[in-house]
Design a protein around this ligand. Sequence first.
Ligand SMILES: Nc1ncnc2c1ncn2[C@@H]1O[C@H](COP(=O)(O)OP(=O)(O)OP(=O)(O)O)[C@@H](O)[C@H]1O
Ligand SMILES: [Mg+2]
Length: 462
Amino acid sequence: MRLRSIFTKPLASYHAGIFFLVLVTGVFISQLTEEHIILGSILIVEYVLLLVMMLHVYEKYMKPIRKASRAVDELVKGNYRTRIHHDAGGSIGELNNKLNALARNLSEFRMQEQMQEEQLSTVVDNTQSGLVLIDEKGYIHLVNRKFLSMFGGHPQDYRSYLYYDVLGNETIHETVQETFLYEKNIKKSFTQTIDLDKKYIEIIGAPIFNERNMLKGAVLLLYDITHLKKLEVMRKDFVANVSHELKTPITSITGFAETLLNGALNDKETLNSFLTIIYDESNRLQGLIEDLLTLSKLEKDDFRLTRTTVQMDRVIGDILPVIQPRADKKEITLTTDIGENITLKADGERIKQVIVNLLTNAISYTPEKGNIMLRVTDEGETVHITVSDNGIGIHPEYVPRIFERFYRVDKARSRNTGGTGLGLAIVKHIVEVHHGNISVESEPDKGSSFHVLLPKHDETSP
Ligand SMILES: Nc1ncnc2c1ncn2[C@@H]1O[C@H](COP(=O)(O)OP(=O)(O)OP(=O)(O)O)[C@@H](O)[C@H]1O
Ligand SMILES: [Mg+2]
């Protein structure tokens, strides 16, 4: 403090002191002799000389030191852009240069630090898992963007709060406590409702240690595993459905064969009807296995379509002899309207499978003496295939589900027609691997129309 005051007003105070001294001397001189006056003049000259010297000392040393001191103050405050602009030589100049170099280094260091901070926060904020950093006292230091999208709120709603005051979930509390207690990674899962959706979250608590191996806190990682759970449920459902669908015909075959072996063999009529059932059920089994194989083939990652130029009238020509007898059996009128010379680059066998499946459904779900129409039109870049019937139709509630595997609106009825609910799943798959689109219009008791749009040329496909 004292040093500072000497630096701030030194010249003025020296000046005042000297001036006062000279004034007192002057008063004395006025009453003195000539010799004394000469002496007085010498004193005045001395005073002026002293003044000039002091000015020199101030300009050369004190002013640059004050400037340097101010610059150091700025550096202490964190203003690393500050520089000293003073032309000085000698040790003061050297001091200025060193201070400027120090400021430059500090400013570079700060820039690098900022860049690292930015990189780290970019990584933290863009990780696809929620992240929370908790210190050893339980205070939250950091939450990332994904965490906020999972649990809502803003960073300031969590930062600097105790984790149990701001995180309501019991499993999160347990994870933190166990991570601190056992000092090892802890994995748990829980469900959380986010925007009315039930989400499955997996949480991993990992302890953080300092260089002396002392616990410094914990980091929590939260993963949204909803899609994995859904896949697991789908897989379980699929296995259950397949087992069930296989079990039904096998039980029936075993049952009838057993009855035959137990003596019914001798009754010609029973034998005939039982063998017919066994034959039908075996066919059903075969159909089911074929459908499952088709689906798994279509779903394989390395599945490739064998695309050739497919002529639509030829495809229909191949299909009709198979389908017509089935329609005739139910006295259903099957009308076709096939545009001339419609061709597309596609897998012909798969396109046949689509049309056969749609026509088989139309026959199955249309009562006797009904009408079915198959139409193929050229729409420029696409080919439009329509299969319409005036059958039982589908309630709007069920329409979005009919393409799911094993889904049947009326299980009993569909089973009677030999259906397993895989037909439309296969159709949809085939249309999609051709980069096409399938849609349904349907009204209960009025009928249904299935529309398939297939691109004629598909450059995106392998
Ligand atoms: N044209 C249609 N009219 C009315 N309902 C239909 C029609 N096509 C399909 N559905 C409904 O959609 C369900 C699913 O059809 P899908 O073809 O996938 O299975 P499926 O015909 O029951 O069995 P399959 O695997 O033998 O084809 C059917 O069970 C039926 O309820
Ligand atoms: Mg079907």
